[in-house]
Structure formats: C-alpha cells, structure tokens
Design a protein around this ligand. Structure first.
Ligand code: ATP
Length: 158
C-alpha cells in the first residue's frame, strides 16, 4: 500500500498555481497589480478593515482567473474542435473574471483614492509622497508593459 504524504495535495495546488502563472498572461498582470495595491495599502497606513477588503478583492480576481484557466483547459480537452457550447462555456467563465476585476477595481479606487490624494496634497514633497508616486509610476509602467501587444507564440509541434 503506497503512503501518500499529507503534503501531496498542497504540492499539487502549488504546482497548479505555478502552471497557471507561467501560461496565463492575464493572471500575471493581476498578480502584479495586486502587489502594487498591497504596497499602496501599506504605505498609506490603511486601517485593518480596508486592508482586509483589498485582500479579499485581490483574492476574488486571482481565484476567478485560476478557475477560468481550469475551465479553458477542460473545454480544450473535451472539445478540441469548435463547438458553440464550448465557446459559450469559455465566454461565461471569462465573464466571471471580468466581473471580479471590475468589482476589485471599484473597491481599490474607493479605498485607495481618498487617502492617496490626501497624502499627496498634504505634503507633496515628503518621502512618503515620493514613494507613493514611485509606486504609481511602477504600477502604470508594468501595466503598459503587460498590455503591449506581443508577437504570437510558436506552438510546439507534436
Ligand atoms: N472550442 C471552442 N469552440 C467554440 N468557440 C471557442 C472554442 N474555444 C474558444 N472559443 C472562443 O474563443 C474565445 C477565446 O478562447 P481562448 O481559448 O483563446 O481563450 P482566451 O480568452 O483567449 O484565454 P487565454 O488567452 O487565457 O488562453 C472564447 O471565449 C470563445 O468565444
């Protein structure tokens, strides 16, 4: 009888996240944005409840993106050729990601914008404002880089 390590499911889950991160560009974008949002939250010294809400919004987007990836892979497995139901399934899963991303963006703006503006207006030349501005530039730069069109990837021939 083979003994499966109690850590096996955990390792499988980590492998799944690594797989999705290495293949899904949108997931990488969400993770980068999440990192910057968390940095903003810490720099602004937000109350715990706001940090928790931001974390939940970030988790919602990453979880839906992971589930969307799983749905896409399953659809590709069961319907390698085009089928209207396969297309609808992928569109519906993508719709879940879109809703999560829109809600997370709204939560981020509602929570971050007022203290961010207050900090920048109150002391525009302080070290804190410089760090906030650098974080904003970093966020904008990585978003532009992530969204720039790339040459199509070559598919491995079987
Ligand atoms: N087997 C299929 N049958 C019918 N339509 C499909 C099928 N596969 C994909 N589509 C359509 O093409 C769209 C894009 O599908 P695709 O698999 O390229 O996903 P994607 O959104 O580009 O995701 P990713 O970039 O993460 O791979 C789907 O939302 C769906 O409308």
């Amino acid at each position: 009888m083979s003994v499966v390590s109690p850590l096996h499911p955990f390792r499988c889950a980590l492998q799944g996240i690594e797989d999705a991160l290495s293949t899904q560009r949108h997931l990488r974008i969400h993770v980068v944005v999440a990192g910057f949002v968390a940095l903003f939250g810490l720099l602004l010294g937000l109350p715990h409840i706001d940090l928790v809400l931001l974390l939940m919004a970030i988790a919602l987007v990453i979880i839906t993106e992971l589930l969307n990836t799983a749905v896409e892979l399953t659809v590709d497995l069961v319907s390698p050729t085009l089928h209207p139901i396969a297309g609808r399934t992928k569109d519906i899963a993508a719709g879940a990601v879109l809703i999560a991303a829109l809600v997370a963006a709204a939560v981020g703006i509602i929570i971050l914008a007022p203290p961010l503006l207050r900090a920048l207006v109150a002391s525009p030349l302080s070290a804190k404002s410089a760090m906030l501005a650098a974080t904003a530039i970093g966020l904008a730069g990585s978003l532009v880089t992530a969204l720039l069109p790339r040459p199509p990837r070559r598919r491995a021939s079987s």
